[in-house]
Design a protein around this ligand. Structure first.
Ligand SMILES: Nc1ncnc2c1ncn2[C@@H]1O[C@H](COP(=O)(O)OP(=O)(O)O)[C@@H](O)[C@H]1O
Ligand SMILES: [Mg+2]
Length: 380
């Protein structure tokens, strides 16, 4: 049978191509459609596939969106869309494969209603231009950006995940060493970003993704601020960007002179979350949480995780000082402070390792001398 007519709908064709259903299962379901028709029941092939538990409504919805987006089949802007991995404020993120090179990417596609709208397009350009400047091991790499049909898109390094938020949710909380190691890497990434005049402004566990080697990567530069040009006009006075739980007090107040120290506060709040599995402040609604960033007193993370050291508590306290002049003044300072907490342990481990090596060496030498002595004395 001809490929085009073999499958009843493009969705089914795609489902078979993706191996979500086999040809045999498809034929069986088609048979069921015919049978039900004979007894007067009208069911579509999709309905039967769902009833048989081979597909679900969500999957069908996803496949149909991929087809709707694609210019020809599931091809969009030279990329083959594989699956939806994230939905965001201004668009969707797909796992996709670049048709020519075979490279797997994360493809962020702007919603079409936004492709006309000024602010979102400005944001889109801010994001791609920030990423284009920021080649760093702990920041997702930008590969390509463009427009296909009416939609803007960009392709970036695919980070398989989980996000830090998902990881903490799975483990309840992270141990201190792991949390500090992630914090140090993100602090270095943001130091690099700040040196390039890009303030992230939305640092939070959802926007830190971990790759298969557990390397953390900052993503979502959608609300960045470029300090070096006229992009600053995007933030209106009194308009807050960022997430309620991780925003700095100056963001909450809608200040326009946000700088790198705001990201330091958010990273401190993220570290608190990693260690306790809780946000620093909670409240009945967003307003209550926001107010607490301004006036609320926090509960020490040791209350929820007694294993956290006093040094780390002091680190978070300083990162999250309400008045930014009292915080660390740069991300380099944060990274150095984290290193100092981690280092003594490292020294200790190096010392123990060196001690063990010397002990092994000495034991070997003693055994050799004794053996030699015995040989010389008794075996002559
Ligand atoms: N590079 C990437 N690799 C894998 N998944 C990603 C990547 N970037 C984003 N995502 C997924 O898509 C979701 C939304 O993307 P994000 O850039 O955070 O947009 P939003 O501004 O809408 O939050 C993320 O939470 C994450 O799950
Ligand atoms: Mg996000």
């Amino acid at each position: 049978m001809n490929e085009k007519t073999r499958y009843e709908t493009p969705i089914i064709k795609l489902a078979v191509e993706r191996k979500l259903i086999s040809d045999k299962q498809y034929d069986q379901c088609k048979e069921l459609v015919k049978k039900s028709k004979r007894i007067g029941l009208e069911s579509s092939i999709e309905e039967v596939l769902v009833k048989q538990g081979l597909l679900n409504d969500e999957k069908i919805q996803e496949l149909s969106e991929i087809l709707r987006l694609g210019e020809t089949g599931d091809l969009f802007g030279g990329y083959r869309l594989q699956r939806l991995i994230g939905k965001g404020g201004m668009g969707k993120v797909y796992e996709a494969v670049h048709e020519f090179t075979g490279r797997k990417v994360a493809l962020k596609v702007l919603n079409s209603q936004f492709s006309k709208e000024g602010t979102t397009i400005t944001r889109f350009f801010q994001e791609v231009r920030a990423l284009a400047k920021l080649t760093f091991p702990n920041i997702v790499t930008l590969y390509d950006a463009g427009k296909a049909g009416r939609r803007y898109y960009f392709a970036m390094e695919l980070v398989e995940g989980p996000s830090l938020a998902q990881l903490v949710a799975q483990k309840k909380h992270l141990d201190e060493r792991e949390a500090l190691s992630i914090t140090e890497k993100i602090a270095r990434a943001l130091a690099f970003s700040h040196a390039n005049n890009v303030i992230h402004r939305d640092i939070k566990p959802e926007n830190i993704l971990l790759d298969e080697r557990h390397t953390p990567k900052v993503t979502d530069f959608g609300v960045v601020m470029h300090q070096d040009d006229d992009h600053m006009t995007l933030t209106q006075e009194g308009f807050m960007v960022g997430s309620v739980h991780f925003s700095s007090p100056e963001q909450v107040e809608g200040a326009r002179d946000i700088d790198g120290r705001s990201d330091i506060y958010s990273l401190g709040a993220t570290l608190y979350y990693m260690l306790t599995g809780r946000t620093v402040y909670t409240g009945k609604n967003a307003e209550e949480v926001l107010t607490k960033h301004l006036v609320g007193s926090w509960t020490s993370p040791r209350r929820y995780n007694p294993a956290v050291s006093e040094k780390t508590v002091r680190l978070i306290r300083k990162m999250m000082a309400r008045i930014r002049e009292r915080r660390y003044q740069s991300m380099e300072e944060v990274a150095t402070a984290v290193r100092k907490i981690v280092m003594p342990n490292l020294y200790l481990r190096v010392l123990i390792a060196a001690g063990s090596a010397i002990a092994v060496f000495l034991t070997g030498a003693i055994v050799e001398v004794v053996t030699h002595f015995i040989e010389m004395t008794f075996l002559r």
